[in-house]
Design a protein around this ligand. Sequence first.
Ligand code: UD1
Length: 420
Amino acid sequence: MDRIRVVGGRPLNGQIAISGAKNAALPLLAATLLTGDKISFTNMPGLADIKTMSALLEQHGAEVEREGDFLSVKAEEIPNTVAPYDLVRRMRASILVLGPLLARFGNAVVSLPGGCAIGTRPVDLHLKGLEALGAKIELGRGYIHASAEGGLIGGEIDFPVVSVGATENLLMAAALAKGESKLVNAAREPEIVDLANLLVAMGAQIEGIGTDVLTVQGVDQLHGAEHSVVADRIEAGTYAIAAAITRGEIELTKVDPTLFDSLLDLMEKAGVVVDRGTDSVKISCGEMDLVGADAITDPYPGFPTDLQAQYMALMCTAKGAAMVTETIFENRYMHVPELSRMGADINVHGASAMVRGVDILYGAEVMATDLRASSSLVLAGLAAEGETLVNRVYHLDRGYERLEEKLAACGAEIARVPEE
Ligand code: UD1
């Protein structure tokens, strides 16, 4: 299995173009099951998760074509409404085909995603929501069996906690349900706005896009559309931190900085210089060294849990202490022991971690446990003295397009190496 080798200590300098967002692309691809017409995408990132979702759509019977950042799906004939364990276990977001399949065909069988390295991550909200739209749900032999004879019927769903995936699944289902549906306490992540925009382009009737109440008037049929995938705010945030952690200067292009304001605001508090444009942002470090700034993860527009690990790596290199609190997932501190092996001073107490800045991080051989934890180890490696080897690179390939290439173009000494 490949590893990433980083030799740290070089300030990064240059420009990085941000790719389309993985977390937008996955629900967008699931939405193609809502119509028999062709849906065409541009700015589709080249990631392992996109391949997995494409394979899932293909095994349902859809035709997927890909060239560069263009991808189209035509789900005209869908003879198979079963999402098998083998694909769902590889990627939890496979659960997003449940709503569209059920809404269009009146039945779907989807494997339960099971546990996940960053906590238990149940799917109860997805299932309760579909029941509120008239679906019959049965669980058996590790599978969700969902049916709605005569189709789904509009209803009101009041989410007890904000869930990105459940909001997406129900928004797609409601688009083809009979009558009006209301999603209350809905997630409002930019990826949900992107999905809603595609659905509207396909003929869906949705009000309240970008707010926490989505009202949907169901339609009988949806049609083909063209859509450009929104920029990946988590990728952008990761490279913004790469600039700061190496005390370098990077301009991020093809991304609206307001998508990740919560991180940029925190970085400014820590002493990073942020120069915002409309579709770009420049990150640099001023005269003063960075200082610790506390962060709490929250649903959008709060600070994203998907940037918590990377931000923690940055705080390891700041003066003083920073309290980082994770409110979305339990057990999302698996990067802490690995960062500690590189010389970080971090103490976890329940949902909070006290990060005390250290003068120096040391390169080490470390183990990536999940996608964002992996990128925090690469970031720490960029700042560390000597060589860092990050194992289990497949985690990174799920969510970062050409990571080594993008960082190397800014002067990083980074390469993919085969395991000895
Ligand atoms: C999505 C993102 C993931 C991100 C997360 C939170 C994708 C493909 N993934 O994951 O990168 O970290 O949002 O921003 O977009 N919950 C329940 N029951 C449910 C569903 C969720 O209790 O049925 C809980 C979860 O355990 C968690 C919280 O709700 O504590 C938020 O999870 P959710 O927003 O659903 O995350 P995902 O959609 O899985």
